[in-house]
Design a protein around this ligand. Structure first.
Ligand code: RIB
Length: 319
């Protein structure tokens, strides 16, 4: 496999993750166990996958000048990810996610964005020059857990270099619609999709309508990540449904990032959108079978094997 380049721009966090015996919200104090201190954040997670899949992985974003920066970046450095493009926000804390995982595996996250939201012009110039000088073929995966103006500058820079962009629109209220035609692909989950279109996206047909609407707004490929682990893909005239794999979920943390990261990697490798989406679904489904995000991420062989099975079950909804 040729070594290609994935640039990942977005949130870089220190994740503090615990298991709880019931979903939060019922009592003031909830007992927790199995504390893990992990590297997290959407950009970190996609960057981790690019390295795991054998590609050059360049991480772009901001951490603080505190001790949490090492929790966020240490495992990524060890995994071979290039972190020179990660800036330090003076006097700020690194982004922190507090994550609770109840027995139903459906994680609850409280995120303090901290340094992720602390950018100045010089910091944005620095990441744009990394994108400008990046060897191609390359692809940019990014999210909105950083300021919208930084996302805009990155997308515009990537467009000038003909570097295709895959966007995870978290947080969806930060999305600036005029950027949609500049994206190659967008990968909202059902909640984010709902926030983007303003109606419930609670079944496959609604997801198909949403995907079409986002396509009409200008994005070539739309993948709606469904809550059951499957996805609806709109590409060209065709809208199709890729079903989830058969897995026993343990922890859904980072599953959406596994989808977006592996989907972007598969497109970078020249796979057709349907196959790339099946790779994304497979990665997300395998990611939920163990505790944590990066430590639970599957390798290329596991993903390829499950994706092969899923491709046999794809259903075309509209063509
Ligand atoms: O999507 C999972 C990630 O979201 C976690 O790693 C956490 O840091 C939050 O940003």
């Amino acid at each position: 496999m040729e070594r290609l380049t994935l640039l990942s721009l977005g949130s870089i966090n220190a994740d503090f993750q615990v298991r709880v015996d019931e979903p939060p919200g019922g009592r003031e104090t909830l007992l927790a166990h199995d504390l893990c201190r992990l590297s997290g954040g959407k950009a970190s997670n996609t960057a981790y996958l690019a390295a795991r899949f054998g590609h050059r992985s360049i991480l772009l974003g901001r951490v603080g000048d505190d001790d949490l920066a090492e929790q966020a970046l240490g495992p990524l450095r060890e995994a071979g990810i290039e972190i020179d493009g990660v800036g330090r926000a003076a006097g700020q804390a690194t982004g922190v996610s507090m994550i609770m995982v109840p027995p139903d595996a459906k994680k609850h996250i409280v995120l303090a964005t901290n340094a992720n939201d602390c950018w100045d012009e010089a910091a944005a110039d620095a990441i744009c020059s990394c994108i400008e000088s990046c060897e191609t073929p390359a692809r940019l995966a990014l999210d909105y857990e950083i300021p919208a103006w930084v996302v805009r500058r990155a997308v515009e820079t990537a467009a000038r270099r003909d570097i295709p962009v895959v966007l995870d629109p978290s947080f969806p209220d930060r999305l600036e619609r005029d950027l949609l035609p500049m994206l190659h692909a967008i990968t909202p989950n059902a909640d984010e999709a709902e926030a983007l279109v303003g109606y419930p996206v609670d079944n496959i047909e609604a997801a198909a309508d949403t995907a079409r609407e986002l396509q009409r707004a200008g994005t070539e490929i739309v993948c709606i990540k469904l809550s059951d682990g499957g996805c609806v893909l709109a590409c060209g005239e065709e809208v199709s449904h890729i079903p989830p794999g058969q897995v026993e979920p343990v922890d859904t943390t980072g599953a959406g990032d596994a989808f977006t990261g592996v989907f972007a990697i598969a497109l970078l490798e020249g796979r057709a959108p349907r196959e790339a989406a099946a790779w994304g679904v497979a990665a997300a489904n395998l990611a939920v079978t163990a505790y944590g995000s990066q430590p639970a991420y599957p390798d290329r062989e596991q993903v390829a094997s499950m994706a092969q099975q899923l491709l046999g079950a794809v259903r075309v909804l509209h063509d």
